[in-house]
Design a protein around this ligand. Structure first.
Ligand code: HMG
Ligand code: MG
Length: 302
């Protein structure tokens, strides 16, 4: 399989990143982050989630953030919706895409969305149907696709099973997530190949947390399979409140640096992306968690 010449990156920083911050982040700061990302050329941004505010209080301002964005033509804005209540709330702010999120392990499904894998699929089915009736694209996320914080190693068969169930209820895209960043290239390829049993190459993406520093090599391993869509998080923000110890997604800056160096087109302006990452990191009172951003910022100040 030839390495793709073009890659689509979805920045999940405003959602995956900011859902994990202890200190409240005002809606205006989240909106400014989305604006910074679209200014840098991101064509898809995962903005927020319509989940229970008791479970994830950081996303309670979901509607305010969605309505506050000055939308740019050609940019897609996605939101997480775990159930009909979430979808109904999300519809008012007209997302381009919704994400239903399941898991490849029973324990993680219970901890994250309070139900079994089978129950989650039952809950997602009407969400998927209603979203598609509204012309909204539906992405599915399969969490803990290589390792689970509660059950340990996860088999490719478990990933394939959830991918099949998602396909059967009409989910249009399958995002394979290494939630706790434990994967290494062959294991990630095996998880991806399991998803590819049910989804076409244009319908899968990788979502790699970088806990063990493997996300870039895992991305490269996916490029070798012809996969060309990935989630990433500006400044390496992120983590899941129900996956203790897991750090953020691979930094979008690091991924863009890698892809640019391989002459793979992303449409993203790395300098502007670094600016967006620096602005949110300044607000959070820390440095961007990105080697490429750090190098570029050091070079600028030299
Ligand atoms: P539950 O408690 O089983 O839900 O939670 P319920 O239906 O029994 O309802 C309980 C209460 O929640 C009720 O309110 C509902 O109205 C309310 P009360 O009557 O007690 O006042 N409720 C809601 N409120 C707002 N929006 C909603 C909603 N649904 C119910 N949508 C539920 C089930 C799924 C809601 C809960 O477990 C939840 O919100 N979980 C979200 C967890 C989450 O957001 N995790 C992080 C995102 S996933 C992730 O990060 C992984 C990913 O990045 C990929 C990867 O890396 O693996 C995507
Ligand atoms: Mg995640």
């Amino acid at each position: 399989m030839p390495i793709p010449s073009k890659v689509k990156l979805v920045d999940v920083g405003p959602r995956d990143g900011l859902q994990n911050e202890q200190e409240p982040v005002p809606a205006a700061v989240k909106i400014a982050l989305v604006h910074g990302l679209q200014e840098a050329g991101l064509k898809e941004i995962e903005v927020t989630s319509f989940v229970s505010p008791k479970w994830v209080p950081q996303m309670a301002d979901n509607a305010e953030v969605m309505t506050g964005i000055a939308r740019q033509p050609g940019v897609r804005y996605s939101v997480l919706t775990p159930n009909m209540k979430g979808l109904e709330a999300a519809l008012a702010s007209k997302p381009d895409e919704i994400v239903v999120f399941g898991a490849a392990s029973e324990a993680f499904s219970q901890r994250n969305i309070n139900c079994s894998i089978a129950e989650s699929i039952e809950r997602f089915a009407p969400v998927v149907r209603a979203a598609r009736e509204h012309g909204i694209h539906v992405r599915g996320a399969v969490s803990v696709a290589v390792g689970c914080p509660y059950e340990g190693e996860v088999s490719p068969e478990s990933v394939g099973r959830v991918a099949r169930m998602m396909k059967e209820i009409g989910v249009q895209h399958c995002g394979v997530a290494d939630t706790i960043g434990v994967g290494t290239p062959r294991k990630v390829q095996a998880a991806m190949e399991a998803a590819l049993q049910h989804y076409a190459i244009d319908e899968v993406s990788g979502h790699f947390h970088d806990t063990y520093g493997q996300a870039l090599v895992n991305t490269l391993a996916c490029l070798e399979l012809g996969i060309w869509q990935f989630d990433a998080s500006v400044a390496g923000l992120g983590g899941c409140p129900y996956a203790k110890g897991a750090t953020g997604n691979v930094a979008t800056e690091d991924l863009v640096y890698l892809l640019r160096g391989m002459d793979i087109e992303t449409g993203i302006d790395l300098d502007k992306l670094v600016d967006a990452g620096k602005a949110i990191s300044d607000f959070l009172g820390r440095k961007p968690n990105s080697r490429a951003a750090t190098a570029i910022l050091n070079k600028r100040s030299a």
